[in-house]
Every structure is written in structure tokens, then in C-alpha cells.
Design a protein around this ligand. Sequence first.
Ligand code: KIV
Length: 306
Amino acid sequence: MSHVSDLRPSVTIPDLQRLAAAGKKIVMITAYDAVTARIADAAKVDIMLVGDSVSNVCLGFDNSLPVTMAMMAHHLEAVARTRPRALLLVDMPYLSYHLGVEDTVRNAGDFMRRGAQGVKLEGGAKRVPVVRALVDAEIPVMGHLGLTPQSIHRMGGHKVQGKTGKAAVELLEDALRLQDAGCFSVLMEGIPAELAARVTEELEVPTIGIGAGAGCSGQVLVFHDIVGLTPDRPPKFVRAYMNAFEEIGAALARWGEDVREGSFPGPQESFTLPEEAREALKRWRPASPSNGEHQLAQDLALAPVK
Ligand code: KIV
């Protein structure tokens, strides 16, 4: 199996374009902290995304709307400190790119200074001005179309998009507008496979799919979904390769049993006391109640053994 990461020390946007042009699939995953970043990088993913799904996946919120720039920056920095070989992208959170071009560039620039190598933002034609401004500020942008979680209330839930003729054509045109504005890639979420394949055919830039069928240039999934760490039933488009929730839970339960029955910690998990300290402890006697003062450990070690 060939990965971009096998070819170069770190993955670049031109690498991804070459990979897609050669008909090789791009592998992208979310990462939210140093642990998930190290595991994902060891698995040789091509792109790592600090997704705003951190909101519901890690922070206990119901959807992605509550996460702020400060929260995203906190998670981005944790991932960036691991210096991943994968291209490091970060999601622009809700309201960080809706209030004007200048505000958007400042926010995205802040992420770049913290180690991001590009940003992702949701929406089609209406995002063209901000995409242009970001690209102009040398900030690579991945577009995000279809089921855009920040529009959860407009969509009436996490529902498959692009199912009518009008919606399908609109999505295709949005993708072309994003490409023209300078997006280096377009991610499509929760749309019929045939529509995503057609968009991929029409675009020159690589597409990334999640719940968008096999016809995209690459695929992304949420880290916790792949390893079965999500307590709720994951969406239909997820394939979980293990049940880490159960496996980790079982390991913790075994440790708890060992603690309760006294078999943890054993000698191999304990530190031994040097001979000299053992002798000092043997010689130690409580301070006399008459002076009521605590003696220093050194004094105690020197006290004559009675
Ligand atoms: O935040 C996220 O998890 C995403 C997915 C589409 C990968 O944006």
C-alpha cells in the first residue's frame, strides 16, 4: 500500500494533488489532542483535521455550535505540538468566518500561527469572498459542502443533503465556485454517492468524502468513530474497526478489581527503599510530647537507637 507519508517527511498540498491525479486515495482523520494525533500519524494518514466535532466528540456538547476560537486553539496547539507528518488542518468554528472578511482572515491567521497548515470552513457560493481573502493571505482552504453540521438548525438535524435535482445541481455549482475561489480541496459530507462522484469528476481539486460514497478522491472519518469510542450508535457511514469503548472499559474494570483485592500495585509497580533510608526509619521514634515539636528527618536518622 502506498501512502503520501511514505514519500516525504511531511505531507504538502501539492503532494495531495499529485496523489489524487495519480488516482490514489487520500486518507484524512480527525485528531483532537496529542494522543489521537500521535496514533493517527503513526497510522500514516495524509491529512489530520482538528475538527469542530471536538465539541460533541470530546467536550460533551450536543453539536458543533458551542466551540469557540479559544477552544479550537487549545486543541490545535495540542495536536501541533506533536509535529505530525500529516498535513494539519483546523476547522473554523461557528461565527469565526461569518462576521466579515477581515475578522475571518484574522481568525484563520491566528490558527496558522499556532501550527495549522490550512483551514476548513462550511458553505458554498456565499463563502467565496472569505475564501478569496484567505487564499490571498496565503491560507490554504478546504471547503465543506452537503451536510454541514454548523447548519444543523436550518437543516432540521443531521440529514442527508443534495437529494433533489435543485439541491444536487446547487451543490455541484457550489463546489465549482469554491474551486474557482481558490479552495485546494472540497469536502462533501452526507450526500448521495452518485452526486459526490459527479462533483469529483467535474472538479480539478481533490474531493474528500464522509458519508459521500467511494467516488471521492479521499475519505475522512472521526477518529473516535473508527475505533468505537463513541458511546452513541455511530451514523450509517461509519465503519468501526474495534470497540475501544468496551475494550478500554474492560481494562479499567480489571484494574479496579486488582486495586480492590489488593493485587495492585505489586512489587514490579513499586519502588524499593534504599538500605540507608530503611535503617533511618527503623531508628525513628515519635518526638517527645513534652517539647511538642516535630524533628527534622536528618535529626531522626542520627538519633541513637534505644
Ligand atoms: O469536524 C469534523 O469532524 C468534520 C468532519 C467532516 C470530518 O468536519
